[in-house]
Design a binder for this molecule. Structure first.
Ligand code: MSP
Length: 522
């Protein structure tokens, strides 16, 4: 049977030097899902990249005395570095300034024009430069952008329009017929009630007031207005409208576009309408995640409260940061970042629960058996319950991952971690050791813990790609068959004789007071 494909994307990030923990959050969630699907045997393509055109970039690069291309090249390098730091295992890093993209977007524009879906008209309205969005008078109050609250500018120019209104009924029908198309469900209602049912206006898709964009081939005074340029990336990156569309044939339609709630509208109205006009299949799902706020407020460089993911990874390690982001925030809802919450999770869940389970298990094998656990079959009365909790955790984590409910998945896994720690308190290996004559039982119980750790390591890999390695190393696990997703369903796969390699503490406890003082100085 052919391997099933799974195509997943992040939004393309605006080219600026303001990528903060909110952007990192989206990339980490997308990467976790991609890793999970790889573990489940899918042929996965994950795309991320940069949205590099528009008036704002033209203005910023000018202010920095750089050409727009130099500016976006520099930012793309920084973002790639950040993706590396966060261990984002993407397959495609797409940039809207590469030739293949520009050529394909020109073709898309021409095709839509030739078939009458794009037409030229005069546009009069209000424009927000930072958000790159046009507004009608009734969307604006006090001359301010409804999203970023900065001044909007009146514009009047000849532009091309896309006949978005023509697709209104087909879009409503598609959304109603495919309840999974927009997730979570609340966003589906928002799109239907606030945008689609009140009626769609045709969309302005070109500009003449700036140059930094993809020129309209048959009318080069115009550059393609940024959403048509940016959204096309998901298909163009696979070869749609290119010389070789093998990958497009293989991976399209996308299984899921992961985007923030602010751009769900563009992905569930404009993008599907464009695809309908082009006669292409629609993505199977658009998942609109919530915003990561800071101390309850919106985060941003201009607001002076943007948290730098590089700094967090340097201080706490990439797995801790990834764990926190996906554990703390319910995927789909808004979440709050605070240093206290991050450190609280590191100390409680990682140092206390998981870190301790590993160091206690390895430490006891070292202490009671000089590092070599003999094969033993003796069982304790607590084993059945531990095995049951393991099986439940595997099943529930799987269901939660399938629905991108990362915090639920981690919660289930941690129930298992905590149950394993409780098992130590129940069995009391130190008493068995002291009593003598209990070697079988002692070795058997330590095996139960080692085996639990093996399963836990596999289950956390999508979220924490490095931690499993430390577990495998300390338990000297070299057989890859023990590290597959399928192997988690069988308790007892690990060989009974274990020679441990004691390692460093994986998650050291943080001294909260000292650390908060240190952060205040930074
Ligand atoms: N360039 C457009 C997307 C084009 S997609 C074809 C854009 N870029 S962005 O850089 O502003 O945002 C990129 C993604 O990051 C979006 O999905 C956005 O919602 C997300 N986030 C930006 N700030 C965020 C938080 N504070 N929290 C969570 N996600 C955030 O929009």
């Amino acid at each position: 049977m052919a391997q099933k494909t799974f195509y997943i994307t992040t939004a393309l990030y605006y080219s600026n030097d303001n990528l903060h923990i909110g952007h990192a959050y989206e990339a980490v969630a997308t990467d976790a899902m991609a890793r999970y699907k790889r573990a489940r045997g899918y042929d996965v393509k994950m795309l991320t990249g940069m949205d590099e055109h528009g008036q704002k970039i033209e203005q910023t690069s000018e202010a920095k005395d750089k050409s727009p291309q130099e500016y976006v090249d520099h930012i793309a390098d920084l973002v790639k570095e950040l993706m590396g730091t966060l261990d984002i295992d993407y397959d495609i890093f797409w940039r809207t300034t590469v030739d293949a993209h520009k050529v394909a977007v020109k073709k898309i524009f021409k095709k839509l024009y030739d078939q009458g879906d794009i037409y030229k008209d005069a546009y009069e309205g209000l424009y927000c430069v930072p958000c790159e969005t046009f507004y009608t008078q009734h969307q604006i109050s006090n001359g301010k952008c409804p999203v970023c609250e900065r001044e909007v500018q009146p514009v009047k120019e000849e532009t091309y329009f896309f006949r978005l209104s023509k697709y209104q009924d087909a879009l409503i029908k598609h959304i109603e017929d495919n309840p999974n198309f927009i997730q979570p469900k609340s966003r589906q209602n928002e799109m239907l009630n606030n945008f689609l049912r009140p009626g769609l206006e045709d969309l302005c898709v070109s500009r003449t007031s700036f140059k930094w964009g993809i020129p309209v081939e048959f009318d080069p005074e115009h550059v393609t207005y940024v959403w048509v340029d940016a959204l096309s990336n998901y298909a163009v990156a696979l070869g749609y409208m290119g010389d070789d569309d093998t990958e497009y044939q293989k991976y399209w339609p996308a299984d899921v576009h992961i985007v923030g709630k602010d751009i769900v509208r563009f992905h569930t109205i404009i993008w599907p309408a464009l695809l309908m006009a082009l006669g292409q299949p629609l993505p199977k799902q658009v998942f609109g995640h919530g915003w990561l706020n800071i101390d309850g407020k919106k985060m941003g460089k201009s607001l002076g409260n943007a948290v730098d993911p590089n700094m967090l990874v340097e201080r706490y390690g990439v797995d801790a940061v990834r764990y926190f982001l996906l554990r703390e925030v319910v995927f789909g809802q808004d979440g709050n970042f605070t240093n206290e919450a991050l450190m609280g999770r590191i100390n409680a869940d990682l140092a206390n629960d998981l870190g301790n389970l590993l160091s206690r298990t390895v430490g006891m094998i070292d202490k009671y058996f000089s590092g070599k656990l003999p094969a033993a079959q003796a069982e304790t009365e607590f084993d059945t319950s531990l095995c049951e909790v393991a099986a439940t955790a595997v099943q529930k984590a799987e269901d939660a991952y399938d629905n991108m409910q990362f915090s639920d998945a981690l919660n289930e896994i941690w129930n298992f971690v905590r149950r394993a720690n409780k098992y130590i308190d129940e069995v009391m290996p130190w008493v068995l050791f002291k009593e003598g004559g209990q070697k079988e039982r002692l070795a058997g119980s330590l095996y139960m813990l080692a085996e639990s750790l093996r399963i836990i390591a596999v289950l956390i890999e999508p979220v924490m790609p490095n931690t499993p390695r430390y577990v495998y190393e300390q338990l000297n696990m070299s057989d890859d068959n023990m590290k597959t997703w399928g192997s988690t369903k069988e308790f007892g796969l690990l060989g009974r004789e274990i020679v441990i390699s004691k390692g460093d503490i994986v998650f050291p406890r943080i001294d909260l007071k000292k650390e908060l003082e240190g952060l205040a100085i930074e």
